[in-house]
Ligand binder design. Structure first.
Ligand SMILES: Cc1cc2nc3c(=O)[nH]c(=O)nc-3n(C[C@H](O)[C@H](O)[C@H](O)COP(=O)(O)OP(=O)(O)OC[C@H]3O[C@@H](n4cnc5c(N)ncnc54)[C@H](O)[C@@H]3O)c2cc1C
Length: 634
């Protein structure tokens, strides 16, 4: 669907108001193209309606006392109007503003060359001219295939389970919704990387847009784009899962062996933790305050840890990152596994209480795969969606979605941090990881490219926003990763697309507030000149004056912690098909079988009983490694 002419006229005016200096019609056309690619028809229709509403004199008179279409307002009126939406007391208006701000500013700043105006250089040179060793099976007509095990999804869970089952002699087919992109394709241009490697081009969010959901959608899934942090599952979390969820194997030697096996295959080590400019700020703050910090274990081999590393969220060009693409999928293919890409699995075929294969679409062609076992590993948003589309009916399905809601406090430094460069993540702090029975928050950093700053920077006027973006080079952050206690829910709309509902609980919000206060303290200790939070309003302070931080916190409280008042992002989705001891409260049994459906298994982050509290990749892989062993015995 393309936008109606009236909506497009409003979009042109909105774009020009949010971002000055952009070529108006061109920016609007690119934003409209991104709207047309949004996965849910309902979201596309809603945006068209919203933009048409902006052109209504009556609505604008009632809302802002300006009886004109938005496109006919003066520049000052337009800015006042949009500010009103950004900080409205009404959640639907804040949601509408965020939808437009994200689409417009991220589209603008991820256009090749647009970063130069804010001192962000183009990625370093073209991708290397290297071969593509995996040969995906071409599907050029309606096709039926047969195998022992079909694995849906090729990320942390799917990649490992496919390789381990192929190693045990099974005839395996891997079906992946994303395309096959390797080092030769990693342009590391933000717009291109988001579109080709991330789910929904990086624009996936909860229904109310209060949380941005980042996840990979390419062969190798999240392991291709992720930041390589490789923590083993913490012992207290293993104990909790064993004790409170009736899953004793999590504390047994079998799971330890699986964790060790995957860590070895990925080459996890702490010898590649050269601090980036961002890490140096983090470490300085932590050391001055005497708080805990440690080296991050990373799944890399021969990582250069130089400026170019910071771009690896858009794929590692030197294949130093040990994604499933270069490890487990390569192993699986080496043992005869077949791989189909651009393959959207629509349903698991289930009859008489047993799964017998899947139905998928590959670029307009129907693909049916008949298999003795079906392993779903589409990640914690798409796995429950696929099971729901397939008619699985369990009370816990899609519920208990756990996240590590992430945000950051930003500091303007005297030094050139160049926060898009250097090791993806090198250091962390667990000073506040256990505030209450294992719940709390971690501090880490993450590369800040223009899209990230565009999301985080509050918008109050085009000039103020441009000024903030232009300070990218000197911007540091203290990233906050919260272990949530109370989760959300994944359901599907009538087209079968996932809808995510998630509200930060009062309990988790209290930890979040504390995290922001401590992060600001850290940046102060590190020497930040000005400190701000990614709230809808610009709320900053300059350290030095007595009580400045406390006053800042009071102003944050007054601005509010509700939906779309503070930027929250999730990189870690878990537990939406959790494993447990009963069909009433979980989706899979301790051997990964979906309750009540024979031959149907789940092996990804969605089977976590709760949030892992640490970056989850290694835990997912350990779980998938064990899953392959138990599936093999069935
Ligand atoms: C930017 C970023 C940085 C991160 N950094 C870290 C880190 O440093 N350390 C860490 O531990 N974790 C990190 N993570 C998280 C980690 O990568 C994920 O938790 C992990 O990849 C999830 O594994 P999974 O198997 O559950 O799903 P995924 O790896 O997401 O794989 C699921 C795959 O299934 C495919 N799929 C979905 N639906 C269908 C369908 N219907 N048909 C066919 N295929 C389908 C998807 O395209 C995807 O490729 C990061 C994530 C992101 C986005």
């Amino acid at each position: 669907m393309s936008l109606t002419p009236r909506a497009f006229a409003a979009l042109r005016a909105v774009g020009a108001t949010l971002v000055d200096g952009a070529e108006e019609a061109d920016l609007a056309a690119r934003v409209a193209a991104n709207i047309a690619k949004l996965p849910r028809a309902a979201d596309r229709t809603e945006l068209d309606l919203l933009l048409r509403l902006f052109e209504s004199r009556v609505v604008n008179f009632c809302i802002a006392g300006i009886p004109r279409p938005f496109s006919a307002m003066s520049p000052a009126q337009r800015e006042r109007y949009l500010r009103g939406w950004a900080t409205s007391r009404l959640p639907p208006r804040r949601k509408a503003f965020q939808a437009l701000k994200r689409l417009v500013t991220v589209t603008h700043y991820t256009t090749p060359g647009a970063g130069r105006s804010i001192g962000y250089p183009d990625p370093p040179g073209p991708p290397p001219d290297v071969p593509k060793p995996i040969r995906p099976l071409p599907i050029t007509t309606d096709t039926t295939l047969t195998c022992d095990v079909v694995v849906i999804g090729s990320g942390a869970g799917g990649g490992v389970v496919a390789a381990e089952l192929a190693k045990r002699g099974k005839d395996v087919i891997v079906l992946e919704k994303g395309g096959y992109h390797n080092e030769a394709d990693f342009t590391q241009q933000e717009g291109d990387g988001l579109e080709r490697l991330y789910d929904a081009g990086g624009l996936l969010a909860t229904r109310d847009l209060s949380l941005v959901i980042l996840q990979g959608a390419t062969l190798g899934g999240g392991t291709v784009v992720n930041y390589t942090t490789s923590f083993a599952t913490p012992e207290p979390v293993r104990d909790e899962w064993a004790r409170e969820h009736g899953l004793p194997h999590f504390t047994g030697p079998e799971f330890t062996q699986s964790l060790n096996a995957v860590a070895q295959r990925l080459g996890v080590n702490t010898e590649h933790a050269a601090p980036s400019g961002r890490d140096r700020v983090l470490i300085r703050g932590l050391e001055r305050l005497g708080w805990h910090h440690g080296l991050l274990p990373r799944n890399v081999r021969g990582c250069t840890q130089d400026d170019a590393c910071g771009y690896c969220g858009y794929g590692c060009r030197s294949a130093a990152k040990q994604s499933t693409l270069v490890t487990y999928l390569a192993d699986a293919v080496g043992r005869g596994a077949r791989v189909v890409v651009n393959c959207d699995v629509r349903r698991v075929a289930i009859a008489h209480g047993a799964a017998s294969g899947v139905e998928a679409q590959v670029r307009g062609h129907q693909l049916a795969v008949h298999a003795r076992a079906v392993v779903v590993a589409c990640g914690s948003i798409h796995t429950p969606a696929l099971l729901l589309r397939s008619g699985v009916d369990l009370p816990a399905l899609g519920r208990f979605l756990a996240l590590h809601p992430a945000t950051a406090v930003f500091g303007e430094m005297d030094e050139a941090v160049r926060p898009w460069t250097g090791t993806l993540q090198a250091h962390y702090s667990d000073q506040f990881a256990d505030l209450d029975g294992g719940y709390g928050f971690k501090f880490e950093t993450a590369p800040i490219h223009p899209s990230f700053l565009a999301l985080a920077a509050p918008w109050e006027s085009a000039a103020q926003y441009r000024d903030r973006m232009a300070r990218l080079e000197r911007t540091a952050l203290c990233g906050i990763l919260l272990r949530d206690r109370f989760g959300g829910r994944v359901s599907v709309d009538r087209d079968g697309c996932p809808i995510v509902d998630y509200r930060v609980s009062r309990y988790d919000a209290a930890h979040l507030r504390q995290a922001l206060a401590r992060a600001a303290e850290l940046l102060e200790a590190a020497g930040a000149r000005e400190i701000w939070a990614p709230q809808a309003r610009w709320i900053a302070y300059k350290p030095g004056a007595v009580g400045a931080r406390e006053d800042w916190l009071t102003r944050l409280d007054a601005a509010g912690w509700g939906a779309n008042q503070l930027l929250l992002v999730t990189f870690h989705q878990m537990a939406s098909c959790r494993m447990g001891a009963s069909a009433r409260s979980s989706v899979v049994d301790p051997e990964h079988r979906v309750w009540g459906v024979r031959n149907l298994y789940v092996a990804d982050a969605s089977v976590f009983p709760t949030a892992s509290g640490v970056n989850p990749m290694l835990t997912i892989m350990g779980i998938a490694h064990r899953a392959a062993q138990v599936i093999d015995t069935h």
